[in-house]
Design a protein around this ligand. Structure first.
Ligand SMILES: [Zn+2]
Length: 352
């Protein structure tokens, strides 16, 4: 059985960052006067300077760390700095890259972590995985633990560009094909499939796919999306791997990122949603549900709009398995011929 940790605090409210002392009142009060590091980035200091000032006032022994790079070496150096300076608390304030760096540094230095996301573009606010740069352009996922506290201000998240929220929706609905692939791997290779992690991930995905259709920026939807992303993180923590959230559609996304990042500009959650539609076809399932939700929210999955040409699309699918050869998915047993992939590409260009 896996050992896992759950966050102590999960707060999702409108305008909560407007009153930081109230917002932080119950969050590790014993650490209030301990050395703290607030990890964020320069442009967020410009956008949310008031909130960051309030956080620093509320944690009087805090210092601000503005990230320059988001690679493995930087995360390890930050962890070393935290350990050397006896810092007891890390506060990550920002989007996925900031939170991933803060998460990994807190994990390595065995420090408590508060996650304060400013966008919901993927599940990094609550996942036990940090994606960091390694050699060259390659980025790699590193296992860590989920944050000890997650606090989301619905108003802050709402102020992010639509495309970031759409990426969060895309990352969530891609669990639909990820869960199928995990169960398939269980049947075909005997890989352990954690029923409880599966159930949580299903609930997360269903809450968006079958939930009431709402405006993208309505408070009710932001609340639901946050809960879904957090549940996705918990499912991964319980499973001890990213399987409940990551299947063939994520392998496609990795292949795009690893081999075609110069030609394509596509956010993680948009790429995984772009991958979920074909993955559904490979899995022999009805694509109606995925298609409906992509169209309802207007997730920009049309390949050419993201710089994904027909050739790139074909190559990314044909090389997708190679990005994670140990992972059994529908790609191990489906027809990935150039003609079939070209047909799917043409269909996606037409309907999205
Ligand atoms: Zn993802």
């Amino acid at each position: 059985m896996n050992r896992f940790r759950l966050p102590y605090h999960l707060v999702v409210e409108e305008g909560i960052f407007g009153d930081i002392p109230e917002c932080m009142k119950d969050v590790f009060p014993e650490l209030r006067n301990s050395k703290t590091i607030v990890v964020t980035e320069e442009n967020l200091k410009g956008l949310f300077g008031d909130i960051l000032d309030e956080i620093q006032k509320d944690f009087p022994k805090s210092e601000l760390y503005l990230i320059q790079k988001t690679d493995y070496d930087t995360a390890v150096s930050l962890a070393k700095y935290i350990a050397m300076k006896d810092i007891k608390l890390v506060i990550g304030f920002g989007g996925g890259t900031v939170l991933d760096l803060a998460k990994f540094a807190a994990f390595v230095s065995k420090t408590k972590l508060i996650s304060l996301p400013t966008t919901l573009s993927n599940d990094s606010l609550a996942s036990p995985v940090a994606v960091l740069g390694t050699e060259g352009k390659a980025r790699k996922s590193f296992r860590c633990t989920i944050p000890d506290a997650i606090i989301v201000d619905v108003n802050v998240v709402k102020s992010a560009p639509d495309r970031q929220l759409l990426a969060g929706v895309g990352d969530t609905i891609s669990k639909y094909t990820a869960l199928y692939d995990w169960k398939l791997a269980g049947e075909k290779t005997g890989e352990a499939v954690d029923d409880f992690a599966c159930m949580i991930s299903h609930v997360a995905c269903d809450s968006i796919i079958h939930g009431e259709a709402e405006e993208l920026k309505s408070s009710a939807f932001i609340q639901r999306l946050t809960n879904a992303l957090v549940m996705g993180g918990l499912a991964m923590e319980i499973a001890g791997c990213s399987r409940p959230s990551s299947g063939s559609e994520h392998l496609f996304c990795h292949a795009l990122e690893e081999n075609h990042s110069e030609q394509t500009v596509v956010a993680h959650g948009i790429a995984t949603a772009m991958g979920s539609y074909p993955a559904c076809i490979f899995q022999g399932r009805d694509t109606d549900m995925i298609e409906r939700i992509i169209k309802h929210y207007g997730i920009p999955v049309k390949p050419s709009l993201n710089g994904v040409t027909e050739d790139i699309f074909v190559a990314a699918w044909q090389n997708a398995s190679a990005s994670r050869p140990d992972r059994y998915t529908i790609l191990n047993e489906t027809d990935l011929s150039t003609s079939r992939l070209k047909e799917i590409y043409a269909r996606m260009e037409e309907i999205f």
